[in-house]
Design a binder for this molecule. Structure first.
Ligand code: ADP
Ligand code: MG
Length: 344
């Protein structure tokens, strides 16, 4: 009698432990969570995460949203916010006296200066005076006067943006200097969010800020996060997908933001010498570990020939690019296709 009682107890305990281990392993299997915001940077922002629990994802999403909101306000050139010194404040007042700024804004401006240097001036955040004429043209569908563009171009010298050594004060030494964050903003913010999510223990995520894509980790089955490249000439896209593990993919294209005058399309990437939209290619995609650098480079490469672009990337071993041309053809740096996975 005693023996069978013991046997039953052991069987029961075994069953219980199997049940428990099944329950915990089921609970631990990461699930896919996703959320999209439409309130930031005049674009969509999407976060996809593999996490064990909804609450875990909610925390990551809250972190992501709070960084999006903070930088959206800091980099805004159209609106001011209570208690925030942002780019609009600087564009309005920094020519009058040195203005105290948040260190995050200081870091962004310094990065803008570095990217100006890296791209030989092709990506210039101090081109705001010229760009504002084009922003206005997009709204009114009336082209800016050539003279107005030339006059505005007298006020685009990035050296007139003076930053104190600690990055806490800004002064413009040209009273018509204007900063425009458009070419770098989303990539810079994506990088900030990715760094914070990793620091918070998020092990597998894909972040897409209006086409600036950053990924970390792999999906639970061990495969990489993937991103596609659109091809507006055939409505399909690059055959295959770009594997993103620890890389950012940023595309600058002329086919999404544009306006039309007399049948001619005018898009939003402006050549710093001609002061007009550059139509050499339809899009440039840049793959590199840092999404902020990728964003700066994609805008810059858009205004250059492939040869000049290749020259710019020559010494950057971790950076690859793909150019898409109006006839649908593509050209890439040597290593780009190593990151592309085709289905077969
Ligand atoms: P998107 O913001 O659509 O992803 P880009 O990263 O290429 O595309 O940035 C384009 C934006 O950058 C424009 O809307 C404009 O505000 C700004 N911009 C355009 N041309 C330049 C340039 N040569 N240098 C710096 N900023 C630019
Ligand atoms: Mg860019």
């Amino acid at each position: 009698m005693k023996k069978s009682y013991t046997r039953y107890s052991i069987a029961f305990l075994l069953l219980l432990s199997m049940l428990l281990s099944c329950l915990t392993s089921c609970a631990r299997k990461p699930k896919k969570f996703e959320t999209t915001w439409f309130d930031y940077f005049d674009s969509f922002s999407q976060l996809t995460v593999y996490a064990e629990r909804q609450e875990e994802f909610d925390e990551y999403a809250a972190t992501c949203q709070s960084i999006l909101k903070e930088y959206h306000q800091l980099l805004d050139i159209y609106y001011e916010y209570d208690g925030v010194v942002n780019l609009k404040t600087l564009n309005d007042l920094a020519d009058k006296e040195p203005l105290a700024i948040d260190e995050k804004l200081g870091e962004f401006l310094l990065f803008g200066k570095e990217m100006h240097q890296l791209t030989g001036g092709a990506t210039n955040i101090a081109m705001g005076s010229v760009l504002s004429l084009w922003h206005h043209a997009r709204e009114t569908e009336i082209l800016p006067e050539k003279e107005a563009l030339l006059e505005a171009n007298e006020h685009t010298n990035i050296d007139d943006l003076k930053l104190s050594e600690d990055g806490n004060f800004v002064l413009f030494s040209d009273d018509q200097l204007k900063i425009d964050a458009g070419a770098l903003g989303k990539g810079f913010v994506a990088e900030k969010i990715a760094t914070e999510l990793k620091a918070n223990g998020c092990q597998s995520f894909l972040l897409n800020l209006g086409g600036n894509t950053v990924a970390h980790g792999t999906k639970p089955d061990g495969t990489s996060w993937l991103a596609g490249i659109e091809n507006p000439t055939d409505g399909k896209g690059l055959e295959g997908s770009v594997e993103l593990s620890e890389y950012a993919l940023v595309t600058s294209g002329s086919y999404q933001r544009y306006f039309t005058v007399d049948g001619t399309k005018y898009h939003h990437i402006i050549h710093p010498k001609t002061l007009y939209p550059e139509n050499y290619c339809l899009s440039v995609s840049v793959l590199c570990p840092d999404s902020a650098v990728a964003d700066a480079l994609s805008t810059a490469l858009f205004t250059m020939t492939v040869e000049d672009g290749m020259e710019l990337l020559k010494h950057r071993e971790d950076t690859e690019a793909l150019w898409l041309f109006p006839d649908g053809s593509i050209q890439t740096t040597d290593g780009f296709m190593n990151h592309v996975k085709t289905e077969n």
